[in-house]
Design a protein around this ligand. Structure first.
Ligand code: URP
Ligand code: ZN
Ligand code: ZN
Length: 491
């Protein structure tokens, strides 16, 4: 017996059509019209869209960063993702300083044990010694085909240009892709020290320490190196005209370069959000910083004209008021009020958060909650407004991520033979985004009060229903590690 999704509007990256989708076991086995329902469980999808599950290729679950750890882990973060229609993500393993890449991988494998949705790993290289260079080719056998290098976060994750260049050479030779966080960390350090010396300590000054120019400069540097080495490059979380221009120039020159932005960079602003009174702006501190609307428009143009290929989240959430113990309130809401049981089961939930940066913006942990909201906000801001089509929505959020990172056509589309990661999407259903109803382990929501139309009402992963309205049907350990293939296409 299979599951027959009947009379839906099937949306892929290239077309939209009325039809039925038959799932047997974990796989889509038939797509067509009037498929016989005999012997199958039938899901009536009239008036609904059938889309591939979202793939978020940029997340940081349980990341040690900024003097604490990001809140969401491979249990709670996975549930939140699935409630928002994301059925797969790629997280960043961090090479420990002095350690090997495989040391980092072992740590992340352990973190991922409670997985509820499918996942894969990128490898963030922080210390490219000779032995580490030699280790890189073996990552491909582990299904890791992407290296990440930080051009920012001096004295934490930042690498120098020689390291980036060498990483590109070894990646190119092994069919891998290099990802960069592109901001000039040396210049950022100077700007930051000057601001602090002048007593400029509020969250808004985070912006001035990381202006668009340092993002554009670093993007250009990475793009040129990709052209020189022939290494496929993917610039993460692009926010502004300066970096988009650099990428566009590289693509026009025929370099193998691509880029992503994140949903928040279309909507959250420096003036209203980062510049909110008091310490409120800390809720929106991330790097690169959120920009004002002139940059939002540049990003919309870039996703429309194909300069940018992917929209992700860079999900990396921290409590706003970790010091006040919001975890107890959170656990009461999300564990049926059984705070004591929650505390016993989750020893690591007590973490400081944004309050670490009270009186010094540079100590605010960088990162935002978004894994749950990506698809509904993108649909609302992009599709409902007519800026992008439903097919482009699927392409940006699922198909291109799967292609660029070596998982297509198993993931990222509705096609015969693909994994049955399927969203039943109700384009008419309305929802108000709020911390009161979200599932992320975070005491605020950056889109608080946003009224959206269009939500996933049922979410399936490999044929199994994970979400039915507000009901959670997933199980710890059901999420699978997805090994990725090298030599993925440059889009
Ligand atoms: O502010 C951010 N983006 N935090 C997460 C780490 C990173 O730079 O991606
Ligand atoms: Zn980054
Ligand atoms: Zn990130």
């Amino acid at each position: 017996m299979g599951t027959l999704f009947k009379n839906g509007t099937i949306v892929t990256a290239s077309e939209m059509f009325e039809g039925d989708v038959l799932v047997e076991g974990e796989i889509i086995t038939l797509i067509g019209k009037n498929i016989s329902s005999r012997g199958h469980e039938v899901i009536n999808c009239r008036g609904k869209y059938l889309m591939p599950g979202g793939i978020d290729v940029h997340t940081h679950l349980d990341l040690p960063f900024g003097g604490t750890y990001s809140n969401d882990d491979f249990d709670i973060g996975h549930k939140a993702a699935a409630f928002g229609g994301t059925t797969m993500h790629i997280d960043f393993v961090i090479q420990p300083k002095g350690g090997s890449l495989h040391d980092g991988l072992a740590t992340w494998r352990e973190k991922a044990k409670p997985a509820q949705i499918d996942y894969a790993f990128h490898m963030a290289v922080t210390d490219l010694r000779d032995d580490v260079m030699n280790e890189i080719p073996s990552l491909v056998n582990e299904g890791i085909t992407s290296l990440k290098l930080f051009m920012a976060y001096k004295n934490v994750f930042q690498v120098d240009d020689a390291t980036l260049y060498k990483a590109m050479q070894v990646a190119a030779a092994n069919g891998m892709i290099v990802m960069v966080h592109a901001e000039n960390g040396d210049v950022e350090e100077q700007l930051r020290l000057n601001l602090l010396a002048e007593g400029k300590t509020d969250p808004i000054w985070h912006y001035s320490s990381r202006p668009p120019e340092i993002e554009g400069e670093a993007t250009n540097r990475a793009v040129v190196m990709a052209g020189m080495t022939g290494c496929p490059l993917y610039v993460v979380h692009m926010t502004c005209e300066q970096s988009v221009d650099a990428l566009r120039r590289g693509r026009a020159a025929g370099y193998p370069v691509m880029g992503e932005t994140c949903v928040q960079y279309f909507h959250i602003t420096r003036d209203k959000h980062l510049g909110a009174p008091g310490f409120e702006g800390a809720k929106f501190v991330c790097s690169p910083p959120v920009r004002n609307s002139e940059h939002h428009e540049v990003l919309w143009r870039a996703v429309k004209d194909g300069t940018l290929q992917v929209v992700s989240t860079d999900h990396c959430d921290f409590w706003y008021e970790g010091g006040k113990g919001p975890w107890q309130e959170w656990a009461k809401k999300h564990n049926g009020g059984d705070w004591v049981a929650y505390e016993q089961q989750n020893p690591s939930y007590r973490r400081p958060g944004k309050e670490l940066g009270l009186g010094n913006f540079s100590k605010i942990p960088n990162g935002l909650p978004g894994i749950e909201d990506r698809l509904i906000v993108m649909w609302h801001l992009g599709v409902n407004s007519g800026k992008i089509s439903p097919t482009r929505f699927v392409e940006l959020n699922a198909t291109n991520p799967a292609k660029i990172f070596g998982m297509y056509p198993r993931k990222g589309t509705i096609a015969v033979g693909a994994d049955a990661d399927i969203l039943v999407w109700d384009p008419k259903k309305r929802h108000t985004i709020s911390v009161e109803t979200h599932h992320m382990r975070c005491d605020y929501n950056m889109y608080e009060g946003m009224k959206v139309k269009g939500v996933p009402v049922q979410v399936y992963q490999r044929g199994k229903k994970l979400v039915d309205g507000e009901e959670w049907l997933g199980k710890n350990g059901d999420g699978q590690y997805i090994a990725r293939k090298p030599n993925a296409p440059v889009l």
